[in-house]
Design a protein around this ligand. Structure first.
Ligand code: PLP
Length: 497
């Protein structure tokens, strides 16, 4: 079955998977969605025998139907290799009666590696397939983790350049150091004085700027996006939920067909949407538990049916979830409208103009698969400390938000379904918050001393990603205002001087 992609704000016109990957965002400002979510159509039992790479092929080939078997297997083999520090790629760790799905074993020790290690390969394969001669310019706004993972994925990939914008005061010191030390002749890293939403909005505007697209075309460039709106990000993220299910069967924790819950620490709604797509494919998933930090727009939305971004933007210890506009939610909204591009456009326009929208009661019924809650900063610290002192397992603040929300879910529902928590970052990426949550003994230590202390505490050696930046020189130090972003891009590409 061929799967095509249409825009959530379009007129029903379709593009192939490879075209959707190259475009990133549709020209009408909408997001690409499959015309129909394909079924997994293999016996669940078979999943327990499959490696991560084999599972990836089964899942991705269902969605990316204009890639040949050889192309796809090639992309998978190049992405999920020794860049990951474990052959399992995404191992499960049982602690406190729940399974942590560790998505942080890639090059930059956060879950963005799961998709961004394969996206450059999908994109260059897609460019070849579509006879693209322009150089592809990846333009990305990051709340911390995407930036480095995209830089690592695209560095020195022929035929591509990558420009990353990040909020200068909105990422952790390790995150910033990881980005500004990035090597590669085709990489550019720029801080902005605003927050993540400012950066993301400006990037979206650049993508929608026809005039600029024309200027670029004339200079031999075209934009694409590595943000989580790209279906080339979304599809690889479905894989690990399917893989986790196989592993749970393998260890005898569940029988084939038995439902599991999934808890996802959520920001842009990409990771949890991938879990939702896994469910739509036929993976037995009960509840999709959406965990927010104090920027709890989604919690309020699930509760009231009103999405309201008009509120204070709070900087928390889980910066990759400090987001007030969850872009990928648009794909769920579109589905809830019964795939009405008109209604979806109306709601999204209301959001960008007036800062809010409200869904109908009928649409709200479609949210029954989801449970939303949030953790305050204090609750997040408590979850880190409880998991460490209770199970000897150290988790990062993002994962801790999910663990804390799961406890609230248990209290609310007494649901005993086997549960998987998406563990989205290594604690080594957020050593300050993690160590402060465990004890006040660590005050005053610098980031690298903290990493050593964490190693002593957890018995897990300091990952290569952290060791590497201890002494690496800063190679990128530009800071601009969000309004200057378009001209910054033009300068980088030599269109203006
Ligand atoms: C990006 C990120 C998230 C949020 O994922 P979304 O797909 O944006 O919802 C959570 N935790 C970490 C560590 C991340 O990097």
């Amino acid at each position: 079955m061929q799967v095509l992609y249409k825009s959530t704000r379009g007129n029903g016109e379709t593009v192939t998977a490879s075209q959707a990957i190259l475009k990133g965002l549709s020209e009408d400002g909408g997001l690409f969605v499959p015309t129909a979510v394909p079924g997994l159509d293999i016996p669940l039992e078979r999943l327990k025998e499959m490696t991560y790479q084999e599972t990836a092929y089964e899942v991705m080939s269902r969605f990316l139907t204009d890639f040949t078997e050889e192309e796809l297997k090639n992309c998978i083999a190049r992405a999920y290799d020794s860049k990951f520090d474990t052959e399992e790629i995404a191992p499960l760790h049982k602690a406190d009666g729940v399974y942590f799905l560790e998505l942080f074993h890639g090059a930059t020790i956060a879950f963005k590696d799961m998709a961004l290690s394969i996206l450059p390969h999908l994109m260059t394969a897609a460019a070849k397939k579509n006879h693209i001669e322009n150089e592809i310019v990846i333009l990305t706004a990051t709340s911390g983790d995407t930036g480095k993972a995209a830089l690592a994925g695209f560095a020195d990939v022929p035929g591509t350049r990558i420009i990353v914008f990040y909020p200068k005061h909105g990422v952790s010191p390790i995150q910033e150091k990881q980005m500004v030390t990035q090597k590669g002749g085709n990489t550019y890293v720029v801080g902005i004085t605003g927050n993540f939403d400012d950066a993301q909005t400006a990037v979206k505007n650049i993508f929608n700027d026809r005039e600029m697209a024309k200027e670029l075309g004339e200079a031999g460039y075209q934009f694409s996006s590595a943000n989580s709106i790209n279906i080339g990000r979304l599809v690889p993220q479905i894989v690990y939920y399917v893989y986790a299910y196989g592993q749970l069967m393998k260890s005898g924790e569940i029988e084939p067909g038995q439902k599991i819950n999934v808890v996802v620490p959520t920001g842009n709604f990409g990771n949890i949407l991938a879990a939702y797509y896994a469910k739509l494919m036929g993976l037995p998933v009960n509840k999709l538990i959406c965990a927010s930090n104090e920027n709890k727009v989604l919690f309020d939305f699930f509760r009231t049916g009103t999405y309201d971004r008009k509120r204070e933007f709070i900087l928390t210890s889980s910066p990759s979830m400090d987001i007030l506009i969850s872009s990928n939610l648009e794909r769920l909204i579109y589905r809830l409208t019964g795939e009405s591009a008109e209604k979806c456009t109306e709601l999204m326009k209301a959001l960008s103009r007036g800062g809010e929208y409200t869904i109908t009661d009928e649409m709200k019924e479609g949210l029954a698969d989801f449970y939303g809650n949030f953790c305050s900063e204090g609750e997040t610290r408590e979850a880190i400390s409880a998991t460490y002192y209770g199970a000897g397992y150290v988790i990062d603040p993002h994962t801790a938000v999910a663990a804390g929300v799961y406890q609230k879910y248990l209290r609310d529902t007494e649901d005993s379904t086997v549960t998987v928590i998406a563990s989205t970052a290594s604690p080594y990426k957020f050593t300050r918050s993690v160590m402060d949550a465990v004890s006040d003994r660590y005050e005053g230590l610098d980031d690298f001393a903290l990493a050593d202390a964490l190693s002593a505490l957890s018995g897990i050696s300091v990952p290569k990603a952290v060791e590497e930046i201890r002494t690496a020189p800063v190679l990128h130090d530009t800071v601009v205002e969000a309004s200057e972003m378009p001209d910054t891009v033009r300068k980088i590409l030599g269109i203006i001087s």
